[in-house]
Design a protein around this ligand. Sequence first.
Ligand code: ADP
Ligand code: MG
Length: 316
Amino acid sequence: MSQKNKIAVVALGGNAVSPKGEKDTIPNQFKHTRESLFAVKHLIELGYDLVITHGNGPQVGNALLRTELTAEQTPILPLGICVADIQGGMGYMIQQSLQNLLRQENIHREVVTVITQVVVNKDDPEVKNPTKFIGQYYDKSKVKQLMERFGWKIHQTSSGEWRRVVPSPVPKSIVESTAIKDLLSSGKIVIAAGGGGIPVYFLENENLEGLDAVVDKDLASAVLGCEIGAQELFILTDVEGVALNYGRPNETWIKKLDVNEAKRLYKEGHFPPGSMGPKITAAINFLESGGECVIITSIEAIKKTLAGKGGTTITK
Ligand code: ADP
Ligand code: MG
């Protein structure tokens, strides 16, 4: 519990809380949150000081749909507010589930969720040319009307569907990182940067202002990890590790990788944007800014990965 413990950031994938192909009701989300904490508990038992970050894809999609369907009755919620609301809701879910688990296990640690803002550049190229698809899939006949009504950009995805597109600017720094570090050094387990954090930028008078955008949770987790002096970053997702030629007949799983190999394989196109790509970029950024080790694996495989028998471990 002292500063001597290793600090790790654990990034939980959206699928950990709300698996693809299942109804994302709140009882289901609680159930999967509890299951996903198996990995967190293991890391606490190993003596890590932990910050837990998490994705919010399905949840933010539902929040946007709610605001779209009730636009006549209630004020429209901007994307930044949706991200903030979900940091609260998912933070509560993870926080309470972890508190219950720790109590059952007789582990005396406090758990706290921090509403987290992430500084981005308001002139990031993504702001003018957004690329991140979020929310519902729409019928082509509805697209024009929605764009006019809500001021959205809606583009066709590579698979031919129509979907809202928003900026996903590069995270530069975390506004609350000093507070998070202080919480860690007094033994708290911290949940932070939910959904990648609420994107903000500095005005000329140095005040913060929100931006209608989202931040990739893996990239934000790497920035947060560097700022709090974390040695390790665990990216927990729905595959056991990183593969070469993923999904092809010649697919092979990678156990160990260094930064240079990761960069080379990235250039060769093994890690697509929007899924494995940002995880590998996050790993490279973290390791080049002071981090020692990045592990990419599933919740189920965390134990065997730490024992050197699975997952993907990336080092400098
Ligand atoms: P998360 O919600 O955890 O961020 P993502 O869907 O963004 O999950 O990323 C994990 C997905 O990345 C996997 O389910 C897998 O389909 C995909 N993927 C793409 N390329 C690779 C690769 N080279 N190795 C492993 N998984 C890959
Ligand atoms: Mg992802």
